[in-house]
Design a protein around this ligand. Structure first.
Ligand code: KG4
Ligand code: ZN
Length: 356
Protein backbone atom coordinates (compact mmCIF):
# COMPACT_ATOMS: atom_id res chain seq x y z
CA UNK A 1 0.00 0.00 0.00
CA UNK A 2 1.22 3.53 -0.83
CA UNK A 3 -0.04 6.54 1.13
CA UNK A 4 0.31 10.18 -0.01
CA UNK A 5 -0.34 13.39 1.91
CA UNK A 6 -1.70 15.97 -0.56
CA UNK A 7 -1.89 19.78 -0.19
CA UNK A 8 -3.95 22.12 -2.39
CA UNK A 9 -3.62 25.91 -2.06
CA UNK A 10 -3.84 27.24 -5.63
CA UNK A 11 -6.73 29.65 -5.01
CA UNK A 12 -9.16 30.21 -2.14
CA UNK A 13 -9.52 26.73 -0.62
CA UNK A 14 -6.92 25.38 1.81
CA UNK A 15 -7.14 21.62 1.50
CA UNK A 16 -5.23 18.64 2.87
CA UNK A 17 -5.91 14.93 2.32
CA UNK A 18 -4.49 11.46 2.86
CA UNK A 19 -5.11 8.97 0.06
CA UNK A 20 -3.91 5.37 -0.22
CA UNK A 21 -3.55 3.09 -3.21
CA UNK A 22 -3.46 -0.67 -2.98
CA UNK A 23 -3.85 -3.11 -5.88
CA UNK A 24 -5.01 -0.23 -8.09
CA UNK A 25 -7.74 0.86 -5.65
CA UNK A 26 -7.66 4.45 -4.37
CA UNK A 27 -9.00 5.10 -0.89
CA UNK A 28 -9.53 8.56 0.63
CA UNK A 29 -8.42 8.10 4.26
CA UNK A 30 -9.23 11.69 5.17
CA UNK A 31 -9.92 14.91 3.26
CA UNK A 32 -10.38 18.36 4.86
CA UNK A 33 -11.06 21.74 3.31
CA UNK A 34 -10.99 25.17 4.94
CA UNK A 35 -12.87 27.43 2.56
CA UNK A 36 -11.99 31.11 2.45
CA UNK A 37 -15.10 32.10 0.49
CA UNK A 38 -16.46 34.30 3.28
CA UNK A 39 -13.12 36.10 3.75
CA UNK A 40 -13.09 37.16 0.10
CA UNK A 41 -16.85 37.72 -0.34
CA UNK A 42 -16.82 41.25 1.09
CA UNK A 43 -14.12 42.30 -1.40
CA UNK A 44 -16.11 40.97 -4.37
CA UNK A 45 -13.39 38.53 -5.48
CA UNK A 46 -10.35 36.59 -4.33
CA UNK A 47 -7.67 38.85 -2.77
CA UNK A 48 -4.31 37.08 -3.33
CA UNK A 49 -2.65 38.50 -0.18
CA UNK A 50 -5.52 37.35 2.02
CA UNK A 51 -5.54 33.92 0.35
CA UNK A 52 -1.82 33.36 1.12
CA UNK A 53 -2.21 34.45 4.73
CA UNK A 54 -5.26 32.24 5.28
CA UNK A 55 -3.49 29.21 3.76
CA UNK A 56 -0.60 29.81 6.14
CA UNK A 57 -2.96 29.89 9.11
CA UNK A 58 -5.02 26.85 8.07
CA UNK A 59 -2.45 24.32 6.84
CA UNK A 60 -0.88 23.24 10.16
CA UNK A 61 -4.33 22.51 11.65
CA UNK A 62 -5.57 20.72 8.53
CA UNK A 63 -2.45 18.53 8.40
CA UNK A 64 -2.79 17.44 12.02
CA UNK A 65 -6.57 16.97 11.53
CA UNK A 66 -6.18 14.55 8.59
CA UNK A 67 -3.45 12.58 10.40
CA UNK A 68 -5.64 12.26 13.50
CA UNK A 69 -8.69 11.44 11.42
CA UNK A 70 -6.87 8.63 9.57
CA UNK A 71 -5.08 7.54 12.78
CA UNK A 72 -1.71 7.82 11.05
CA UNK A 73 1.68 9.38 11.83
CA UNK A 74 3.91 11.11 9.30
CA UNK A 75 6.21 8.05 9.40
CA UNK A 76 3.36 5.97 7.87
CA UNK A 77 3.32 8.19 4.76
CA UNK A 78 5.21 7.41 1.55
CA UNK A 79 5.24 10.84 -0.14
CA UNK A 80 4.05 14.44 0.19
CA UNK A 81 2.48 16.27 -2.77
CA UNK A 82 1.41 19.87 -3.35
CA UNK A 83 -0.07 21.82 -6.26
CA UNK A 84 2.70 23.97 -7.83
CA UNK A 85 0.93 25.39 -10.93
CA UNK A 86 -1.19 27.04 -12.21
CA UNK A 87 -2.70 29.39 -9.62
CA UNK A 88 -1.99 32.42 -7.41
CA UNK A 89 1.77 32.35 -6.85
CA UNK A 90 1.71 33.43 -3.20
CA UNK A 91 -1.00 30.87 -2.41
CA UNK A 92 0.82 28.09 -4.29
CA UNK A 93 4.06 29.01 -2.50
CA UNK A 94 2.51 28.44 0.93
CA UNK A 95 1.42 24.89 0.03
CA UNK A 96 4.62 24.05 -1.79
CA UNK A 97 6.97 25.34 0.93
CA UNK A 98 4.95 23.53 3.61
CA UNK A 99 5.09 20.26 1.64
CA UNK A 100 8.82 20.57 0.86
CA UNK A 101 9.65 21.43 4.48
CA UNK A 102 7.73 18.43 5.84
CA UNK A 103 9.24 16.16 3.19
CA UNK A 104 12.79 17.36 4.00
CA UNK A 105 12.27 17.00 7.77
CA UNK A 106 10.89 13.48 7.47
CA UNK A 107 13.10 12.35 4.62
CA UNK A 108 10.18 11.73 2.26
CA UNK A 109 9.84 12.34 -1.49
CA UNK A 110 8.09 15.56 -2.54
CA UNK A 111 5.95 15.66 -5.71
CA UNK A 112 4.82 18.92 -7.34
CA UNK A 113 1.43 18.52 -9.00
CA UNK A 114 -0.27 20.38 -11.87
CA UNK A 115 -3.68 21.62 -10.65
CA UNK A 116 -5.46 20.37 -13.79
CA UNK A 117 -3.82 16.94 -13.48
CA UNK A 118 -5.26 16.99 -9.96
CA UNK A 119 -8.76 17.64 -11.34
CA UNK A 120 -8.26 14.91 -13.97
CA UNK A 121 -7.19 12.48 -11.22
CA UNK A 122 -10.37 13.11 -9.19
CA UNK A 123 -12.05 10.45 -11.34
CA UNK A 124 -9.70 7.82 -9.84
CA UNK A 125 -11.53 8.43 -6.55
CA UNK A 126 -14.79 7.08 -7.97
CA UNK A 127 -15.60 3.37 -7.64
CA UNK A 128 -15.38 2.93 -11.41
CA UNK A 129 -12.19 4.40 -12.96
CA UNK A 130 -11.57 4.60 -16.73
CA UNK A 131 -8.68 3.05 -18.66
CA UNK A 132 -6.92 5.32 -21.19
CA UNK A 133 -7.41 6.48 -23.88
CA UNK A 134 -10.40 8.61 -22.93
CA UNK A 135 -11.82 12.10 -23.42
CA UNK A 136 -12.09 14.42 -20.41
CA UNK A 137 -14.44 17.38 -20.16
CA UNK A 138 -12.70 19.59 -17.60
CA UNK A 139 -15.13 22.29 -16.45
CA UNK A 140 -14.05 24.55 -13.60
CA UNK A 141 -13.98 28.20 -12.61
CA UNK A 142 -10.85 28.80 -14.66
CA UNK A 143 -10.99 26.20 -17.45
CA UNK A 144 -13.38 24.63 -19.94
CA UNK A 145 -11.44 22.14 -22.04
CA UNK A 146 -11.70 18.82 -23.81
CA UNK A 147 -8.56 16.79 -23.21
CA UNK A 148 -7.59 13.45 -24.69
CA UNK A 149 -5.75 11.35 -22.11
CA UNK A 150 -3.37 8.58 -23.19
CA UNK A 151 -1.50 5.93 -21.22
CA UNK A 152 1.22 7.38 -18.98
CA UNK A 153 -0.43 10.72 -18.06
CA UNK A 154 0.00 12.14 -21.57
CA UNK A 155 -2.45 14.85 -22.58
CA UNK A 156 -3.65 16.49 -25.78
CA UNK A 157 -6.08 19.42 -25.68
CA UNK A 158 -8.77 19.09 -28.35
CA UNK A 159 -10.97 22.09 -27.45
CA UNK A 160 -11.20 25.06 -25.12
CA UNK A 161 -13.31 28.08 -24.28
CA UNK A 162 -12.33 31.20 -26.20
CA UNK A 163 -13.57 33.54 -23.45
CA UNK A 164 -15.14 32.74 -20.06
CA UNK A 165 -14.84 29.31 -18.46
CA UNK A 166 -18.19 27.64 -17.72
CA UNK A 167 -17.77 28.13 -13.95
CA UNK A 168 -16.95 31.81 -14.50
CA UNK A 169 -20.19 32.13 -16.51
CA UNK A 170 -22.13 30.59 -13.59
CA UNK A 171 -20.46 33.03 -11.18
CA UNK A 172 -21.10 36.10 -13.38
CA UNK A 173 -24.73 35.19 -14.13
CA UNK A 174 -25.36 34.52 -10.43
CA UNK A 175 -24.14 38.04 -9.71
CA UNK A 176 -26.55 39.43 -12.35
CA UNK A 177 -29.36 37.53 -10.61
CA UNK A 178 -28.25 38.79 -7.18
CA UNK A 179 -27.39 35.27 -6.04
CA UNK A 180 -24.46 34.55 -3.69
CA UNK A 181 -20.94 33.42 -4.71
CA UNK A 182 -20.00 30.77 -5.80
CA UNK A 183 -22.61 31.03 -8.52
CA UNK A 184 -22.81 27.37 -9.56
CA UNK A 185 -24.40 25.98 -6.40
CA UNK A 186 -26.65 29.10 -6.04
CA UNK A 187 -27.99 28.78 -9.59
CA UNK A 188 -28.48 25.05 -9.19
CA UNK A 189 -30.45 25.53 -5.96
CA UNK A 190 -32.77 28.31 -7.19
CA UNK A 191 -33.20 26.76 -10.64
CA UNK A 192 -34.31 23.37 -9.26
CA UNK A 193 -38.02 24.11 -9.67
CA UNK A 194 -37.61 26.46 -12.64
CA UNK A 195 -38.80 25.92 -16.23
CA UNK A 196 -35.61 25.15 -18.19
CA UNK A 197 -37.32 25.65 -21.58
CA UNK A 198 -38.89 29.06 -20.93
CA UNK A 199 -36.08 31.16 -22.43
CA UNK A 200 -34.16 30.38 -25.56
CA UNK A 201 -30.51 31.31 -25.12
CA UNK A 202 -27.47 31.29 -27.48
CA UNK A 203 -25.15 28.30 -27.59
CA UNK A 204 -21.99 30.32 -28.30
CA UNK A 205 -20.31 28.93 -31.42
CA UNK A 206 -16.73 29.97 -32.15
CA UNK A 207 -16.08 31.17 -35.74
CA UNK A 208 -12.96 30.13 -37.64
CA UNK A 209 -11.00 32.97 -39.26
CA UNK A 210 -11.51 31.52 -42.77
CA UNK A 211 -15.24 30.80 -42.28
CA UNK A 212 -17.20 28.07 -40.51
CA UNK A 213 -16.99 27.13 -36.83
CA UNK A 214 -14.63 25.24 -34.56
CA UNK A 215 -16.68 22.10 -33.96
CA UNK A 216 -15.88 21.51 -30.29
CA UNK A 217 -14.74 24.89 -28.89
CA UNK A 218 -16.79 26.94 -26.43
CA UNK A 219 -17.76 30.58 -25.88
CA UNK A 220 -19.86 31.72 -22.92
CA UNK A 221 -19.59 35.52 -23.07
CA UNK A 222 -22.54 35.91 -25.50
CA UNK A 223 -24.72 33.79 -23.23
CA UNK A 224 -23.84 36.01 -20.27
CA UNK A 225 -24.79 39.11 -22.33
CA UNK A 226 -28.08 37.47 -23.41
CA UNK A 227 -28.90 36.84 -19.73
CA UNK A 228 -28.10 40.48 -18.90
CA UNK A 229 -30.46 41.71 -21.70
CA UNK A 230 -33.31 39.50 -20.44
CA UNK A 231 -32.85 40.68 -16.86
CA UNK A 232 -32.71 44.34 -17.97
CA UNK A 233 -35.86 44.01 -20.05
CA UNK A 234 -37.81 42.61 -17.08
CA UNK A 235 -36.46 45.46 -14.95
CA UNK A 236 -37.34 48.18 -17.48
CA UNK A 237 -40.88 46.84 -17.79
CA UNK A 238 -41.15 47.06 -14.01
CA UNK A 239 -41.86 43.35 -13.79
CA UNK A 240 -40.45 40.98 -11.21
CA UNK A 241 -37.47 38.95 -12.44
CA UNK A 242 -38.35 35.24 -12.94
CA UNK A 243 -35.13 34.11 -11.26
CA UNK A 244 -36.06 30.43 -11.08
CA UNK A 245 -36.86 30.09 -14.80
CA UNK A 246 -33.86 32.21 -15.83
CA UNK A 247 -31.51 30.11 -13.68
CA UNK A 248 -32.95 26.82 -14.98
CA UNK A 249 -32.81 27.97 -18.64
CA UNK A 250 -29.21 29.15 -18.24
CA UNK A 251 -28.13 25.93 -16.54
CA UNK A 252 -29.88 23.91 -19.23
CA UNK A 253 -28.19 25.66 -22.17
CA UNK A 254 -24.75 25.39 -20.54
CA UNK A 255 -25.32 21.66 -19.95
CA UNK A 256 -26.59 21.19 -23.54
CA UNK A 257 -23.55 22.91 -25.06
CA UNK A 258 -21.04 21.05 -22.89
CA UNK A 259 -22.61 17.65 -23.47
CA UNK A 260 -23.29 18.06 -27.23
CA UNK A 261 -19.73 19.13 -28.04
CA UNK A 262 -18.12 16.55 -25.75
CA UNK A 263 -20.12 13.69 -27.25
CA UNK A 264 -19.41 14.89 -30.80
CA UNK A 265 -15.69 15.21 -30.06
CA UNK A 266 -15.55 11.68 -28.57
CA UNK A 267 -17.41 10.14 -31.51
CA UNK A 268 -15.32 12.00 -34.12
CA UNK A 269 -12.09 10.88 -32.42
CA UNK A 270 -13.17 7.29 -31.91
CA UNK A 271 -13.00 7.60 -28.11
CA UNK A 272 -15.44 5.33 -26.26
CA UNK A 273 -14.99 6.67 -22.76
CA UNK A 274 -15.93 10.14 -21.47
CA UNK A 275 -14.79 11.54 -18.13
CA UNK A 276 -16.15 14.71 -16.50
CA UNK A 277 -14.24 16.60 -13.78
CA UNK A 278 -13.90 20.11 -12.23
CA UNK A 279 -16.17 22.29 -10.10
CA UNK A 280 -18.98 22.57 -12.68
CA UNK A 281 -19.02 18.76 -13.02
CA UNK A 282 -20.78 18.79 -9.62
CA UNK A 283 -23.83 20.25 -11.37
CA UNK A 284 -26.76 17.82 -11.19
CA UNK A 285 -28.48 18.87 -14.43
CA UNK A 286 -25.16 18.51 -16.28
CA UNK A 287 -24.40 15.11 -14.72
CA UNK A 288 -27.82 13.77 -15.64
CA UNK A 289 -27.69 15.06 -19.22
CA UNK A 290 -24.16 13.69 -19.76
CA UNK A 291 -25.24 10.25 -18.52
CA UNK A 292 -28.37 10.21 -20.70
CA UNK A 293 -26.64 11.31 -23.93
CA UNK A 294 -23.70 8.95 -23.43
CA UNK A 295 -26.10 6.06 -22.88
CA UNK A 296 -27.93 6.96 -26.13
CA UNK A 297 -24.63 6.86 -28.05
CA UNK A 298 -23.30 3.75 -26.25
CA UNK A 299 -20.40 5.74 -24.75
CA UNK A 300 -19.12 4.87 -21.27
CA UNK A 301 -19.25 7.80 -18.87
CA UNK A 302 -17.17 8.32 -15.70
CA UNK A 303 -18.08 11.24 -13.44
CA UNK A 304 -15.78 12.48 -10.69
CA UNK A 305 -17.47 11.99 -7.29
CA UNK A 306 -19.45 15.17 -6.51
CA UNK A 307 -17.46 15.96 -3.34
CA UNK A 308 -14.17 15.84 -5.31
CA UNK A 309 -15.27 18.03 -8.25
CA UNK A 310 -14.52 21.40 -6.64
CA UNK A 311 -10.98 22.10 -5.43
CA UNK A 312 -9.76 19.55 -2.86
CA UNK A 313 -6.51 17.83 -1.89
CA UNK A 314 -7.60 14.21 -2.38
CA UNK A 315 -7.32 14.79 -6.15
CA UNK A 316 -3.77 16.14 -5.65
CA UNK A 317 -2.77 13.04 -3.65
CA UNK A 318 -4.43 10.83 -6.30
CA UNK A 319 -2.41 12.52 -9.06
CA UNK A 320 0.78 11.90 -7.06
CA UNK A 321 -0.13 8.22 -6.52
CA UNK A 322 -0.61 7.84 -10.28
CA UNK A 323 2.77 9.51 -11.01
CA UNK A 324 4.48 7.21 -8.45
CA UNK A 325 2.82 4.23 -10.14
CA UNK A 326 4.17 5.39 -13.50
CA UNK A 327 7.71 5.36 -12.11
CA UNK A 328 8.27 8.95 -10.96
CA UNK A 329 10.30 9.00 -7.74
CA UNK A 330 10.12 12.69 -6.76
CA UNK A 331 10.32 16.32 -7.83
CA UNK A 332 13.44 18.32 -7.09
CA UNK A 333 13.26 20.37 -3.87
CA UNK A 334 14.28 23.26 -6.14
CA UNK A 335 10.93 23.11 -7.99
CA UNK A 336 9.16 26.43 -7.41
CA UNK A 337 5.65 27.54 -8.36
CA UNK A 338 4.18 29.11 -11.49
CA UNK A 339 0.97 31.07 -12.21
CA UNK A 340 0.61 29.39 -15.63
CA UNK A 341 1.89 26.17 -17.05
CA UNK A 342 0.54 23.93 -19.83
CA UNK A 343 -0.82 20.59 -18.66
CA UNK A 344 0.98 18.86 -21.54
CA UNK A 345 4.29 19.92 -19.90
CA UNK A 346 3.51 18.54 -16.43
CA UNK A 347 6.17 15.83 -16.96
CA UNK A 348 8.83 18.51 -16.49
CA UNK A 349 7.94 18.74 -12.76
CA UNK A 350 9.81 15.45 -12.27
CA UNK A 351 13.02 16.29 -14.14
CA UNK A 352 16.25 16.67 -12.18
CA UNK A 353 16.44 20.28 -13.42
CA UNK A 354 13.01 21.84 -12.71
CA UNK A 355 11.44 24.22 -15.26
CA UNK A 356 10.75 26.97 -12.66
O1 KG4 B 1 -12.76 23.40 -9.79
P1 KG4 B 1 -13.13 24.57 -8.96
O2 KG4 B 1 -13.39 24.35 -7.49
O3 KG4 B 1 -12.04 25.68 -9.01
C1 KG4 B 1 -11.26 25.97 -10.13
O4 KG4 B 1 -10.20 25.31 -10.31
O5 KG4 B 1 -11.69 26.85 -10.89
O6 KG4 B 1 -14.39 25.22 -9.67
C2 KG4 B 1 -15.08 26.29 -9.11
C3 KG4 B 1 -16.23 26.64 -10.04
C4 KG4 B 1 -16.98 27.90 -9.64
O7 KG4 B 1 -17.08 28.73 -10.78
C5 KG4 B 1 -18.33 27.39 -9.19
O8 KG4 B 1 -19.39 28.31 -9.42
C6 KG4 B 1 -18.49 26.13 -10.01
O9 KG4 B 1 -17.20 25.58 -10.05
N1 KG4 B 1 -19.43 25.18 -9.39
C7 KG4 B 1 -20.59 24.79 -9.96
C8 KG4 B 1 -21.23 23.93 -9.04
N2 KG4 B 1 -20.43 23.81 -7.94
C9 KG4 B 1 -19.32 24.58 -8.19
N3 KG4 B 1 -21.15 25.11 -11.15
C10 KG4 B 1 -22.35 24.58 -11.44
N4 KG4 B 1 -23.03 23.77 -10.61
C11 KG4 B 1 -22.53 23.41 -9.40
N5 KG4 B 1 -23.21 22.62 -8.58
ZN1 ZN C 1 -9.62 23.80 -9.58
Amino acid sequence: MTIVLGLETSCDESAVALVSREAGIFNVLSSKIASQVEEHARWGGVVPEIASRKHLEALPYLISDVLNDAELKIRNIDAIAATVAPGLVGALMVGSVTARTLAALHNLPFLGIHHLEGHLSSVFLSPKAPAPPYLVLLVSGGHTELIEVYEGSKYKRLARSHDDAAGEAFDKVARLLDLPYPGGPSIQEIGKEGNQSRFSLPKGRVSKPGGGFYPYDFSFSGLKTAMLRKIESFKSEGKGIPVQDLAASFENVVAEVLVERTVKCALDHGLERIVMVGGVAANLRLRKLMETRCREKSLNVYLAPKQFCTDNAAMVAAAALERLKLGVSASSFDLGVSPRWPLSDADSFYQAKPPF
